[in-house]
Write a protein that binds this ligand. Structure first.
Ligand code: BGC
Length: 428
C-alpha cells in the first residue's frame, strides 16, 4: 500500500450551479457573457446541461462510488425577480436532493458561489449594506425549502476571490477596479456569513434538527517570498496573505475584524464555523504585494504551481484559528488532457494522509469539465469529460483512479503502477 486515506474520511466531488447547470437565468454571468467577457466565447447558458441531465449525473456519481456531493443553488433561478420565488426551481432542487439521498450520497449545499441575479447586481450587489438583507432572504428560503433534506451548508464560496476578481481586478462582474469597494465587499460578506451562520442554526433547530453543520469555503494559498533572505519579499508575502485571505477568514470565523475590515454592525465575537472549509489549489511566490509563480516549478495548464504540501499548511493555518474538523471543500487542477491529474490526486491525498490534522472530508474539484468563469471551456478540471457537441458524459482515467481510491481506502501498489507511474508535470 502506498498510503491509506485517514480513517473515517469521506470523499466526493464539488461543483457550482453556474458552472454546470446551463440556462439563461438572468444572472450577472449570463450578462457578463453577453458583454463579450468570456475569453473563448463559451456561453454559460448553453454549457453542460446539468439542469436537465441531473439524474444521469447523479447516477454517474453513484457508479463512481462517491460518498459526498457539494453543489450550489442558483440564486437567479430560485428568485428570478425581487420578492418572487420560482416554485419549479425549488422542486427541481428538492428532487436532486432526494435522489442523492436515495443513492446514499451526502449533499453539502453552497448558498452563494460567485453568481448574483441581475436584479440584485443592478442595485449595487454586495457593495451596498442596504442590499445584504436580500442574501439573508435567500438563506432563509434555502433552509425553509431544503432544510429537511440537507444538514450541511456553505454560506459563501471564496469571498476573497469573489471580492478581488470582481471589485479589485475588474475581471469578473461588475468589473470594478476599486480598493475601497473591494474592502467594502469583503466586510459585507463577512457580515453576511456570520448572520447566515446564526440564521441557519436557528431555523434548523426550530425545525427540530440538531445535526446542522455550517461553514464557509475559504480559498487559501501559500504566499511564499521568492527569496526568504530578502526582507521586501518576506514583507510582501506576509502582507498579501493578510489582505487577500487572513483578515477575512479571521472576521468570518471569529467575528474579529482586523484592519482594514470594519465590524460595522458590531456583531459579537464568537465561533462562526462548524467545520474548516478549505479550497486549496496552489502556492504563490511573491516579491512584493501581489501574485507570482516560482521558477522551475511543476505547473498545471493554467500555469499554477502544483504544491501538494500546501494543502496541509493551509489547513493548519485555519485549524490554528479555530480547531474544527477539516473539510477540503475544493482541490483539483486544470489538466486539459488528463495527463497528470492522477498524480496530482495521489500527491495531495498522500499529503493529507501523512498529516496529523483531523481531515474529515475531501471534495475533488470538479465532478466534470465545466464553465471555468472567464476562461470558459478551455480550462478543464473534471474527473468526467463532457462532449461539447453531444453532452455525453465519460469518466476520465483520473475519475476511475479516484473511484478506486475510494473503494480501496487508499492507493495500492498496483493502482500506483496503473495510474500514477510515468505521469509527469510540466516544469517551467
Ligand atoms: C472556485 C471554482 C473554480 C475553481 C478553479 C475555485 O476558486 O470556487 O468555482 O472553478 O477554483 O479555478
Amino acid at each position: 500500500m502506498h498510503f491509506s486515506i485517514p480513517k473515517g474520511m469521506r470523499m466526493g466531488v464539488s461543483t457550482a450551479a453556474t458552472q454546470i447547470e446551463g440556462g439563461e437565468v438572468g444572472s450577472n454571468w449570463n450578462d457578463w457573457y453577453e458583454r463579450g467577457n468570456i475569453k473563448d466565447g463559451t456561453n454559460p447558458a448553453t454549457d453542460n446541461d446539468h439542469w436537465i441531465k441531473w439524474q444521469e449525473d447523479t447516477a454517474l456519481m453513484a457508479e463512481m462510488g462517491l460518498q459526498l456531493y457539494r453543489f450550489g443553488v442558483e440564486w437567479a433561478r430560485l428568485i428570478p425577480r425581487e420578492g418572487e420565488v420560482d416554485e419549479n426551481a425549488v422542486r427541481r432542487y428538492r428532487d436532486e436532493l432526494l435522489l442523492l439521498k436515495e443513492k446514499g450520497i451526502r449533499p453539502l449545499l453552497t448558498i452563494h458561489h460567485f453568481t448574483n441575479p441581475m436584479w440584485f447586481e443592478e442595485k449595487g450587489g454586495f457593495e451596498k449594506r442596504e442590499n445584504l438583507h436580500f442574501y439573508l432572504e435567500l438563506v432563509e428560503l434555502v433552509i425553509c425549502r431544503f432544510g429537511d433534506l440537507c444538514s450541511d451548508y456553505i454560506t459563501i464560496n471564496e469571498p476573497n476571490v469573489y471580492a478581488t476578481n470582481s471589485y479589485f481586478f475588474g475581471a469578473w462582474p461588475p468589473g470594478k477596479k476599486s480598493l475601497k469597494a473591494t474592502v467594502a465587499v469583503m466586510e459585507n460578506l463577512a457580515y453576511c456569513h456570520i448572520q447566515a451562520y446564526i440564521k441557519i442554526h436557528f431555523l434548523r433547530s426550530e425545525m427540530g434538527y440538531t445535526d446542522t453543520m455550517v461553514g464557509c469555503a475559504n480559498h487559501l494559498r501559500i504566499f511564499a517570498p521568492k527569496s526568504s533572505k530578502n526582507p521586501w519579499h518576506r514583507t510582501g508575502a506576509h502582507l498579501t496573505a493578510f489582505l487577500f485571505q487572513n483578515a477575512l477568514t479571521k472576521a468570518m470565523t471569529l467575528g474579529r475584524f482586523p484592519w482594514p475590515l470594519r465590524n460595522f454592525a458590531k456583531l459579537p465575537t464568537g465561533e462562526y464555523t462548524d467545520f474548516i472549509g478549505l479550497n486549496y489549489y496552489t502556492r504563490s511566490t511573491v516579491t512584493g504585494i501581489g501574485d507570482g509563480v516560482r521558477e522551475n516549478s511543476p505547473r498545471n495548464d493554467l500555469d499554477w504551481e502544483i504544491y501538494p504540501d500546501g494543502i496541509v499548511e493551509c489547513a493548519r493555518q485555519l485549524y490554528d484559528l479555530l480547531p474544527r474538523p477539516i473539510w477540503v471543500t475544493e482541490n483539483g487542477t486544470c489538466d486539459n488532457d488528463d495527463r497528470f491529474r492522477s498524480r496530482y490526486l495521489y500527491e495531495h491525498l498522500k499529503a493529507i494522509s501523512a498529516s496529523d490534522l483531523p481531515f474529515d472530508r475531501y471534495y475533488h474539484w470538479c465532478f466534470c469539465d465545466n464553465f471555468e468563469w472567464i476562461e470558459g471551456n478551455t480550462a478543464k478540471f473534471g474527473l468526467v469529460r463532457i462532449d461539447p457537441q453531444t453532452r455525453e458524459r465519460q469518466i476520465k482515467r483520473s475519475g476511475r483512479f479516484y473511484s478506486e481510491i475510494i473503494r480501496h481506502g487508499g492507493v495500492t501498489d498496483a493502482m500506483y503502477k496503473e495510474y500514477v507511474e510515468g505521469q509527469e508535470y510540466t516544469v517551467r
